[in-house]
Design a protein around this ligand. Structure first.
Ligand code: NAD
Length: 349
């Protein structure tokens, strides 16, 4: 796919592209929708085979942000930015790139608001904020909401409770076996929360030392990364990478619920129906992982205090309960039910 075809064929509102000559980086900002308000979405920094792959990623992710904002009833639309770098920059090179990217976002006058995403951090948002005010998730000592992993994990925790209630008739996590795949920012925090609530936590990570550290701190059991998905458990919480739910992996799963933070968990759209046929309840990823967005936008833009944030994080559970009820009533997958909810909220706006 070439850039022109992607841009011509996209159903989003606006594509903004710059080439950053000093670092050889393609900077893509995709504003999918401003129907509900200014477009919000993270800034991802990554290497791609070709610039067009970075643009395609930004387009797909920004459409998902539109659905996420609509389902959450946030007064924002969907957007996403990708900095398609030759290699992940560090030091002054990184700082220069982020400052120039900040100028680019500032020049859009607020139709696009951003935060950290894959390979970007609160410290990076602090640098962008030197040039641009449309940035959230800055460091707490800079007045920002800090790393969004906390809010994301908290939202997943509430989502797991709602999912348990739907499948087992009780939302209590005590004694439930939960496999947390990937114990980075989100997974480690989730493992701590689950263990604290009495769950039997199993952790796995490609970086074995990281998993061992979290296991030691939380009392979780360690599971080798290879074959982890075949572990018998009540809940599989993907908190590592996308695409772990596929025609190959689904038949091997030995869980009743999939509820985790990873983006794009379904390898293909048909995998939602596959999970339903397998009798596995799937918490749509963009709904259950919305806590980070609530944390950033709630604390920094909407004037929420911590109790208001917690109330809104709990509401992720309420939203999921509604989606599960709709899926049952209409005989459709939970993913389809979430899509219908998002579409109706966009139409209402
Ligand atoms: P992270 O990079 O801090 O952690 C990811 C962890 O997964 C790392 O420890 C990594 O070693 C591990 N991992 C990678 N591949 C693995 C594999 N195949 N098996 C086991 N472990 C593997 O990322 P994060 O911020 O914790 O985010 C986790 C996921 O949640 C990502 O998919 C991210 O896109 C998504 N997400 C994060 C947020 C947030 O606020 N941080 C918000 C929404 C969605």
């Amino acid at each position: 796919m070439v850039l022109e075809d992607l841009i011509e064929g996209w159903d989003g509102a606006e594509t903004v592209i710059r080439f950053d000559r000093p670092t050889g980086t393609w900077m893509f900002v995709c504003v999918h929708s401003t129907v509900r308000g200014p477009a919000g979405g993270g800034t991802r920094m990554a290497t791609y085979r070709a610039p067009a792959d970075g643009l395609a990623d930004a387009m797909r992710l920004s459409a998902a942000m539109t659905r996420k904002m609509a389902v959450l009833q946030m007064p924002f639309g969907g957007g996403k930015a990708v900095l398609a770098v030759r290699e992940l920059p560090a030091g002054e090179e990184r700082r220069g790139l982020l400052l120039r990217y900040g100028d680019m976002v500032a020049s859009l006058g607020g139709i696009f608001r951003t935060a950290a995403d894959m390979n970007t951090s609160a410290a990076d948002m602090d640098v962008i904020a030197e040039r641009c005010r449309y940035v959230y998730g800055r460091s707490r000592d800079q007045g920002g909401a800090g790393d969004s992993g906390w809010g994301t994990a908290r939202g997943v925790f509430h989502g797991i409770r709602a999912s348990l209630g739907h499948v087992f008739g009780s939302e209590d996590v005590a004694g439930r076996r939960v496999l947390v795949q990937g114990v980075g920012n989100v997974g480690a925090e989730l493992a701590r929360a689950l263990a604290g609530a009495g769950a039997q936590v199993l952790v796995t990570d490609l970086v074995a030392d990281r998993a061992a550290e979290v296991a030691a701190a939380t009392g979780a059991a360690l599971i080798p990364a290879a074959g982890a998905l075949e572990t018998s458990c009540d809940v599989y919480a993907p908190c590592a990478v996308g695409g772990t739910l596929s025609s190959r992996s689904i038949p091997a799963l030995r869980c009743r619920i999939v509820a985790g933070s990873a983006n794009n968990q379904l390898a293909a759209p048909a995998d939602a129906a596959r999970l339903r046929s397998a009798g596995i309840l799937y918490a749509p990823d963009y709904v259950i992982n919305a806590g980070g967005v609530l944390q950033d936008l709630g604390l920094e833009e909407l004037g929420w205090d911590r109790p208001a944030l917690e109330k809104n994080l709990e509401a992720i559970g309420t939203t999921l309960r509604g989606i599960y009820a709709r899926a049952d009533a209409e005989g459709i997958s939970t993913e389809e039910a979430a899509e219908r909810l998002a579409a109706s909220r966009l139409a209402a706006a």
